[in-house]
Design a protein around this ligand. Structure first.
Ligand SMILES: Nc1nc2c(ncn2[C@@H]2O[C@H](COP(=O)(O)OP(=O)(O)OP(=O)(O)O)[C@@H](O)[C@H]2O)c(=O)[nH]1
Ligand SMILES: [Mg+2]
Ligand SMILES: [Zn+2]
Length: 298
C-alpha cells in the first residue's frame, strides 16, 4: 500500500493511506542507511512498517519535510522582531530547491510601518506577500490557498511566536491548534508547536478532489544557524532571484558581488534596483558559505 506521511513523532509515523490513518514504524534499513522518513514523503507500507520511500522531489532540513511545493515564510512585524537575514535565507533555500516562497507578515497591528516595509521589499523581488493581523480580512489569503495549493504540499514556517498556528486557526478554525505567548522580556516565542504535521485541505475545504496539504511546523529560535546541505558559495547568487538579470554582467568573471569594482550587482544596489537588506543578507550568507566550502575542501 502507498500513502503519505502526515506526522512523525518518536519513530512512529502517521500515514494517510486511502483516506485512513495507519500508524507505522520505519524499517531498520533506513536507520542503517541514515535515511529519515520525513513528513510529506510518499511511502510504501507493509505490515505497519514503512518499507520504501518513493523518490523525493526535494527535502528541507528546517522544517524537516519532503516534497514541499510552497513554503509560507511567516514573520511578525514586531514581537518577535523580524530578521530579514532569516527570511532571505529561507527564500534562498526555497528557490534553490524549486519550492515557491510566499511571505506572510503577521502582527500588522503592532507595527504597520515595518509591515509595509517588508511588503515593499519582498513584493519588489517578485514574491507574493500577505500582511495580516487578528482583524484583517483573510479572504484574499484563503483564495490564494484555494487557487495555488490544490494538489500541493505547503507549510507555514518561521521563528517561534510569529503567529503561524494563530493564523492557521484563523484561516481554518477546525484545526484548533495550540498557540502560545511571546515572552515579554526576551521577545521570543515559547516553542508551542512541537512537531510538523500535514493537514488535509480536502477536509478543511470540504472538497474531496482538492488533494492538497498544509503543514504547521515548530518555530525555530532566531539564533539557530541555518544548515546548508546542498549548495555552494558559487551557486548562492542564483538563489537571490533579483540578482539573476545582472549575473554575467560584472567586469570580472570571478566577481563575488561583495566589493569588486565594475560589479553589476553592486551597481544595481546603488541604483536602488536591489533592496539594501537583501544584499546585506547575501553578504552574510556569502561569509558563511565561503567558510563551509573551504572546510569541505580540507
Ligand atoms: N498582536 C498580534 N498578536 C498575534 C498575531 N498573531 C499571533 N499573535 C500572538 O502571538 C503569539 C504567538 O502565536 P503562535 O500562533 O503560537 O505562534 P507560532 O508561530 O505558532 O509559534 P511556535 O509554535 O512557537 O512556532 C500568541 O500570543 C498570539 O496570540 C497578530 O497578528 N497580532
Ligand atoms: Mg505554533
Ligand atoms: Zn559582481
Amino acid at each position: 500500500m502507498e500513502g503519505i506521511i502526515i506526522k512523525g513523532l518518536g519513530g512512529l509515523y502517521d500515514i494517510l493511506c486511502d483516506g485512513n490513518i495507519v500508524q507505522c514504524r520505519a524499517r531498520g534499513v533506513f536507520r542503517h542507511e541514515n535515511i529519515t522518513p520525513y513528513v510529506g514523503d510518499r511511502v510504501v507500507i507493509e505490515d505497519d512498517c514503512i518499507v520504501d520511500i518513493i523518490d523525493r522531489r526535494n527535502t528541507l532540513i528546517r522544517p524537516p519535510m519532503a516534497n514541499l511545493d510552497i513554503l509560507f515564510i511567516v514573520a511578525a512585524a514586531k514581537k518577535p522582531m523580524p530578521v530579514t537575514a532569516t527570511l532571505d535565507k529561507m527564500i534562498s533555500i526555497a528557490d534553490h530547491k524549486g519550492i515557491e516562497p510566499v511571505v506572510i507578515v503577521t502582527k500588522n497591528d503592532l507595527d504597520p510601518k515595518r509591515a509595509d516595509e517588508l511588503k515593499e521589499i519582498y513584493s519588489s523581488i517578485g514574491v507574493d506577500v500577505f500582511v495580516t493581523d487578528p482583524d484583517s480580512d483573510k479572504a484574499e489569503l484563503l483564495e490564494f490557498f484555494k487557487e495555488k495549493c490544490r494538489g500541493r504540499i505547503s507549510a507555514f514556517s518561521g521563528a517561534s511566536g510569529v503567529g503561524k498556528s494563530t493564523l492557521l486557526n484563523a484561516l481554518f478554525p477546525a484545526l484548533g491548534l495550540a498557540t502560545g505567548d511571546v515572552s515579554r522580556k526576551i521577545q521570543r516565542g515559547k516553542h508551542t508547536t512541537r512537531h510538523v504535521e500535514l493537514y488535509s485541505l480536502n477536509d478543511l475545504f470540504g472538497d474531496e478532489s482538492y488533494n492538497g496539504f498544509i503543514a504547521d511546523t515548530p518555530g525555530f529560535s532566531m539564533l539557530d544557524p541555518t544548515i546548508y546541505d546542498d549548495y555552494t558559495v558559487d551557486e548562492l547568487p542564483y538563489t537571490f532571484r533579483e540578482f539573476r538579470p545582472y549575473l554575467g554582467e560584472c567586469k570580472y568573471t570571478k566577481c563575488t558581488h561583495t566589493k569588486e569594482e565594475g560589479c553589476a550587482i553592486l551597481e544595481a544596489l546603488s541604483e536602488g534596483k536591489i533592496p539594501k537588506s537583501r544584499h546585506e543578507s547575501f553578504l552574510e550568507l556569502h561569509g558563511i558559505l565561503k567558510n563551509i566550502h573551504a572546510w569541505d575542501k580540507k
